[in-house]
Ligand binder design. Structure first.
Ligand code: PLP
Length: 427
């Protein structure tokens, strides 16, 4: 999409929507409606992506096959359940910039994070610290602290939190480098979000991976807010592992199965400790019911259980659409759409709110976080009742994400117009 100078009026949004090559994808999703039946301005794909209309057909197909075939469906369903998760492998690999054997769709994010830390957080007396960002998503903090305790260390001395400078909201790249320079020799694991869930800041994943590895640290990323939002090149960047969920920008539905990346260099690292389950066992021998575990090579070797078909079916529907739209085109529209949201908000600048997401397109994805210190969750709920769906994160952040797959310039225009009016009204 060629960049046009933004203009404040509604005509600009209409012109941009008319010229948008991805505009047609919007009709493939169901939009929630207000109590009075109006389509909502849904800008909450960073929390829960919308339902692809064909998700229903995909689930129904599996229900039919189950009804008609019973256990035979494992081998004879139209998409046999034995290998159902593999229907997602190629597209998932393309989505995160990985080789197919480096990815697997399984479990949910926090479970996968634990599985990864069991294998990749191997603390020693000299090197046992873990780096996280201050204000990392709570589940990551709980998971990391609990792993530290499992190994007999104390999070109070073992956890290093990267912190924004006083008066700032985002973490500076140079502060990450300085920390690794200073403490690198004692750090076992760097575990950061690819995109911070609250501020929307994108971390320099290739840079952090490179400098972390140069100091002997293991590097992992939580890509909950990055998968389907940014262009990722995990194989090339080289982190040891990454995990993500599929219900945000991947539109797989509430609680949908997550994803996991294990770099190829660990594909045959049989010596790594891991939690084992039969679905990670060498496939050819899985039904020989041997008592000893032999992991499959690649990310699939970390699987525990047979895959949940009804959770994977809607994800298949969504991943097909994402794949058709293509991450390059989605990201180009996303940069333009998020820039437009920022432009309109800045045009209505007022002391009542400030944008805390970085301004540079390469340091943010689809999300803009608006800090509104005088307001609380009730303000967000009021907006929602009027059909403007974003979400609130304590203490004072309204998160808004124009998702390029199904949001329009008009959505963004409408949001800013009505949000500003609500702020003024409340004054
Ligand atoms: C950044 C981040 N990490 C972890 C999680 C937890 O994911 P799950 O409940 O799928 O384990 C979330 C959920 O929203 C998240 O946003």
């Amino acid at each position: 999409m060629t960049h046009r100078a933004y203009e404040p009026g509604a005509a600009f949004a209409a012109k941009m929507d008319a010229d948008d090559p991805l505009a047609g994808f919007r009709t493939r999703f169901s939009f929630p409606k207000t109590a009075s039946g109006e389509k909502c301005v849904y800008l909450c794909g960073h929390s829960l992506g919308l339902q692809p209309k064909k998700a229903k057909d995909y689930i129904e197909q599996e229900l039919q096959d189950w009804a008609q075939l019973g256990v035979e469906g494992h081998f004879h369903a139209r998409n046999p359940w034995m290998a159902y998760h593999r229907l997602l492998t190629e597209q998932t690999a393309a989505l995160v910039g990985a080789n197919p054997e480096e990815v697997v769709v399984m479990n949910s994010l926090t479970v996968n994070l634990h599985l990864m830390m069991v294998s990749f957080y191997r603390p020693t007396r000299q090197r046992h610290k873990v780096v996280v960002e201050r204000g990392a998503f709570p589940s990551d903090q709980y998971a990391v602290k609990s792993q530290i305790r499992v190994h007999g260390y104390d999070p109070a001395s073992c956890l290093i939190e990267l912190t924004p400078r006083p008066g700032e909201f985002c973490i500076r790249d140079e502060d990450v480098s300085a920390l690794l320079e200073r403490e690198g020799e004692s750090i076992a694991l760097i575990m950061l979000g690819g995109v911070n869930y609250a501020t929307g800041q994108v971390f320099d994943m290739p840079g952090i991976t490179k400098s972390g590895h140069a100091r002997g640290c293991v590097v992992g990323f939580d890509l909950a807010h990055a998968a389907g939002n940014l262009i990722l090149k995990l194989h090339e960047w080289g982190p040891d592992f990454a995990v993500w969920c599929s219900y945000k920008y991947l539109n797989g539905g509430p609680g949908c199965v997550g994803g996991c990346f294990v770099h190829k260099r660990h594909a045959r690292a049989w010596e790594l400790p891991r939690y084992a389950g039969w679905w990670g066992h060498e496939e050819k021998a899985r039904f020989e019911m041997e008592p000893d575990f032999q992991a499959m090579p690649g990310a699939e070797g970390w699987q525990l259980s047979n895959p949940p078909i009804f959770a994977l079916a809607p994800l298949r529907a969504s991943m097909e659409i994402l794949h058709e739209a293509g991450m390059e085109r989605l990201r180009a529209k996303s940069v333009s759409l998020t820039g437009y949201l920022e432009f309109l908000l800045k045009a209505r600048a007022s002391p009542t709110f400030e944008i805390i997401t970085p301004h540079e397109p390469e340091r943010r994805g689809a999300q803009i976080s608006i800090r509104i210190p005088d307001k609380g969750r009730a303000f967000c709920e009021e907006l929602a009742a009027a059909g403007l769906i974003g979400d609130w994160r304590e203490p004072d952040i309204l998160r808004i994400a124009p998702v390029p797959l199904y949001n329009s310039y008009h959505d963004v225009y409408e949001f800013v117009r009505r949000f500003s009016a609500a702020l003024l009204r409340e004054g």
